[in-house]
Each structure stands twice: as structure tokens, then as C-alpha cells.
Design a protein around this ligand. Sequence first.
Ligand SMILES: Cc1cc2nc3c(=O)[nH]c(=O)nc-3n(C[C@H](O)[C@H](O)[C@H](O)COP(=O)(O)OP(=O)(O)OC[C@H]3O[C@@H](n4cnc5c(N)ncnc54)[C@H](O)[C@@H]3O)c2cc1C
Ligand code: FES
Length: 274
Amino acid sequence: MSQNAYLPKLGRIAAIKEEVAGARAIKTFRIEFVNGDGFEHDCGQCAMISVFGKGESMISIASAPHIKDYKQFSIMRTGRVTTALHDLNVGDVVGVRGPYGNKFPVKDWKGKNLIFIGGGCGLAPIWPVVQTAVKDRGQFGKITVFYGGRSSRDIMYRNELEKLRGDVDVHLSIDAQEEGWDGYCGFVPANVMTKAPKADNAIAITCGPPIMIKYVIQNLKDLGFEDDMIYTTIENKMKCGIGKCGRCNVGKDYVCVNGPVYSWAALKDLPQEY
Ligand SMILES: Cc1cc2nc3c(=O)[nH]c(=O)nc-3n(C[C@H](O)[C@H](O)[C@H](O)COP(=O)(O)OP(=O)(O)OC[C@H]3O[C@@H](n4cnc5c(N)ncnc54)[C@H](O)[C@@H]3O)c2cc1C
Ligand code: FES
């Protein structure tokens, strides 16, 4: 009998880290597959995480493909399923099916300067590419990370970002001034414009709230980035994750299969309904 595509593998929560507190809480879950089950993934791919009896949600795999012992997911508490996930504890078992979606063409970027631009929870989907680029540091040019949150308490992966300094140019921002903050104050697209990364031999990878992505792309274009030098990953309503239900379609594309990773050259030709 063929395998049921909707049947999840079992994953045990090995660690939970509180990234951000408050109304828009984010927790990072380290999940280890039970009984040696599991799957490999590429940078940019996602998985459906299920809380039994509650439902499932599509979540980006936030750990790099070379990490084999576990998969990491950083999840914002937004509604029914994600709240149920936030209520779980270390040792609890969840369902994980995937990997789904396409990937960032990281191999094609060898020798190039990489500029990562993230906002809020949008750092999670691009984090595997950051980790991969840092692991294979010699294969890439200059690596720069721009990342912003609403306030200093909304900065996720804070320790990990600080550890990158030296190897990587890290530019953090918060929206409004706070005592003790020595990074940039203002929105992420404005921070990018202030530092004005060069477009020569560069690839820009961005993810965050749609409004942030819109202005980041506009600013990158002003800095001379061509459409095929800009990549993003889009979030859309998903149910099946495997191209069957039609819930995630944008124009001719099912985002769960053709996306979620797009170059701006490809994305700008799709209807702007995402
Ligand atoms: C490609 C992709 C990657 C994502 N990566 C992350 C991530 O790394 N971290 C993170 O916190 N969130 C991520 N999301 C968003 C996450 O899937 C939704 O926030 C989540 O499904 C909301 O579920 P809920 O039940 O808590 O919210 P509710 O608002 O209660 O959802 C109500 C219903 O809508 C469905 N729904 C709402 N939003 C979505 C959505 N975007 N996709 C599918 N179903 C949805 C839920 O399944 C539920 O049935 C991603 C979404 C996509 C499509
Ligand atoms: S989520 Fe069902 S077709 Fe994409």
C-alpha cells in the first residue's frame, strides 16, 4: 500500500527557547524525529507541524540542512494551532510532514556577496541560508545581515546574531529609540538605505512583513540591484502543502510547490494578491 502523503512523522520536542515575549510571542522549537524517522531538507523548505487534536500549520524549517540531529522551527503565536504549539513542553510529541516547497539556489550564489534582510519572524526562513553561508564561509564573498524588530525585546536569535559579528556584518535595528540601544533606530528598509550595500556581484535575500519586503525591494532597486539579484520567500494560506487543495495559489502558481522562494524577477510577474 502506498504511503499516505498526509500522514506526519512523529517528532519529539527536545528544546524550547523563548525568543520574544508578549502579544507576538515567538518560541523556537528543536524537534528530533522519533524512532530514527525523518527527512532531509534544503534551505527555504517548510514543514507542516501538527498538534494532535488541534490542527496543523505550515512553518519554515529554520535550521540548516547540514544539521542532521534535529530540525528547528521558530513560531509566532498567532492563532489556534500556534497557540497550542506554544503551550507544549519539552518531551511532547508533534506531527511533522514535509519537506515542502522549493529552495533558495544557494549553490548558484558561490563567490557572491550575500545580503540578508529580515524583519520580525521573517528571520527564521532565511536563517538556514545564513547558517550555510557561515559554515561554507570561504565559498562566498562578503556576508551582511540586516535585521530589525519593533523593539529590543522583539529581536529574535539575539545571541546567535551577536556571535556572527566578525565573520559577518550585522546591522540590527529597532523601530523607535530605547535607552541602551546602540544599533539603528528606524525601519529595516531605511537601515538598508543608510548602509547602502553595493549591488556589484551581490544577491539580496529578504523576508519579513509584506510591507517591509515591498520597501526593501524598492530600496534595493534604487541601489542598483536587478530583479534577478533579489530573492524572497512568501507566506500564503496553506492546507495540504502538496499541491492538491488549491488554497495557496497565486496566479498560475501553487506556492506550496512552486514557492515559497521566488526571485523578484519571477514574483513581480505574478498577481500581487499574496
Ligand atoms: C511557507 C510558509 C512558511 C511559514 N513559516 C512560518 C514560520 O517560520 N513561523 C511562523 O510563526 N509562522 C510561519 N508561517 C505562518 C503560519 O503557517 C501561520 O501563522 C499559522 O498557520 C497560523 O495558524 P494558527 O492556527 O495559529 O492561526 P489562526 O489565525 O487561528 O488560523 C486559522 C486558520 O487559518 C490557517 N492559517 C492561517 N494562516 C495560515 C498560513 N499562513 N498558512 C496556512 N494556514 C494558515 C490555520 O491553519 C487555521 O486553520 C508560515 C506560513 C507559510 C505559508
Ligand atoms: S496548500 Fe494545497 S495546493 Fe498548496
